[in-house]
Design a protein around this ligand. Structure first.
Ligand code: PLP
Length: 455
């Protein structure tokens, strides 16, 4: 049973003392505090005022097995009783840590069999950053330090994460990126491919990567990093054939290839990994979120043997976090993976709920505000435009319609994100087809409501 909370007092304390993440604190103060989420079950979250909200975002792209899983609670409690903490610094490891490493290795099909643990997706990318540069030094090519990434990519909120990411607003705070990160255009066909066929646009995006490698000098390039499908950038699904072509260019010049699977991993796109859906094979693979379905913070960086073999020639890899391989988080992740496998959630996403979401979203295509709907697995987006023909945005610039439509959706009982002028969604993998229909009905109703305010 949910506990009784003094919500008014919590909101007062929130304003007085809490600095929420990625937020405008002055705005939250004006609103009288954050929305306090008190409990959740299945795919539904409940706030302090008793509003029941269908969670179209799986928390923050992570609660893949849904809320209220007693098995995960039990796994955490059992491990806490046995061994609540031990580290992996002192030539030590714990049973769940090692077992989870072996399990992840198996899930990569043996292609990335070495696992370094962290507590967040950002740390997993920091680990990539240091591993890759260290690798090239040990390999005798110390000039290979430059990472190539895409504008509008999201790789986390630490200094390396923000630098690898391509979010200009984040770069502006903290004088980032750090030296040695270069960005190229993103494969956002709807937003940036006007006047081209999808194939022409795809080739232009791949050519931009090759041009950048040649500009920097292949001998200076360390790795290319990308999300198989950009999540926080607005669910940007690359054109067909993009990733195999990117892989060919990256291999041609000898760079390492990094697939940031923090959102795409663990079934989100309908296969276990986003890179499987997209048809390429990375050398390093950060993952987080779906690894524990967000029940506890844990992330991992999976690494190919040919990289680890070189790293093993360098003595200590002087990198690690107190919570690297946290036994309780690892025990919960193991149980979470067991649930994903037992309930066939990856296959279900690929063959039932993913196609259902695509079909349901397509029913919105006739709406006057909808420029495009797109989805892959259980990642979806609705582009809101003022003019379907020209793809012009409301107010002449992006960023008005998306947040407005998002607020309407939340008021109507659906949690989605408004990224620039699109609504994006990423529901738990356990969502029922009826709940997908409900999501889409709420989006239509919300678009109808905001239309007169936008026009
Ligand atoms: N990489 C990707 C693709 C992400 O979407 C995120 C978070 O949304 C991160 C990295 C950072 O993960 P975290 O917030 O756990 O540090």
């Amino acid at each position: 049973m949910p506990r009784n909370h003094d919500i008014a007092e919590l909101r007062r304390l929130d304003v007085a003392h809490h600095l929420p993440a990625q937020a405008d604190w002055a705005e939250i103060e004006k609103l009288g505090g954050s929305r306090i989420i008190t409990h959740a079950e299945g795919c539904t979250i409940v706030d302090g005022d008793g509003h029941r909200i269908l969670d179209g975002m799986a928390g923050l792209w992570c609660v893949n097995v849904g809320y209220g899983r007693e098995e995960l609670v039990e796994a955490a409690a059992a491990q806490m009783r046995e061994l609540p903490f031990y580290n992996t610094f002192f030539k030590t490891a714990t049973p769940p840590t090692v077992t989870l490493a072996a399990k992840i290795a198996q899930l990569t099909g043996g292609r990335l069999p070495h696992i370094f643990f962290n507590a967040s997706g950002s740390e997993a990318n920091d680990t990539v950053f240091r591993m890759v540069r260290h690798y090239w030094k040990l390999k005798g090519e110390p000039k290979r330090t430059v990472f190539i990434s895409r504008w509008n990519a999201y790789h986390g909120s630490t200094v390396a994460g923000v630098s690898l990411g391509g979010m200009k607003a984040m770069h502006a705070q903290g004088d980032l990126p750090i030296p040695g990160v270069e960005h190229v255009r993103q494969p956002y066909f709807y937003g940036e491919g006007q006047g081209m066929t999808e194939e022409e646009f795809c080739d232009a995006c791949v050519a931009a990567i090759e041009d950048k490698i040649l500009e920097v000098g292949p001998e200076n390039c360390a790795a290319f990093i990308g999300e198989p499908v950009q999540g926080a950038g607005g669910v940007i699904i690359p054109p067909k054939g993009y990733w195999p072509k990117v892989e060919a260019v990256v291999r041609k010049y000898g760079l390492l290839l990094v697939a940031d699977e923090v959102i795409c991993g663990f079934g989100r796109t309908g296969k276990m990994w986003g890179h499987e859906t997209m048809g390429f094979t990375p050398d390093l693979m950060p993952m987080a979120k779906g690894l524990s379905s967000g029940y506890l913070p844990i992330s991992a960086t999976a690494v190919a043997s040919h990289v680890v073999d070189v790293l093993k020639t360098g003595g200590d890899f002087v990198h690690g976090f107190t919570y690297s391989g946290h036994p309780v988080a690892a025990a919960v992740a193991l149980k979470n993976i067991e649930i994903i496998e037992r309930e066939g959630l990856v296959e279900r996403t690929g063959s039932i709920t993913g196609p259902h979401l695509a079909k349901a979203l397509a029913t919105l295509d006739d709406h006057p505000l909808v420029g495009e709907t797109r989805s892959i697995g259980l990642l979806g987006a609705v582009e809101i435009v003022a003019d379907k023909e020209t793809r012009a945005r409301f107010g002449g610039a992006e960023g008005t319609a998306g947040p407005m439509a998002r607020d309407a959706c939340i008021a109507n009982g659906l949690m989605v994100r408004g990224i620039r002028d699109s609504l994006v969604m990423c529901p738990p993998l356990v969502i029922a087809t009826e709940q997908i229909d409900e999501m889409v009905a709420i989006i239509r109703k919300s678009l109808d409501e905001v239309m007169p305010k936008l026009r």
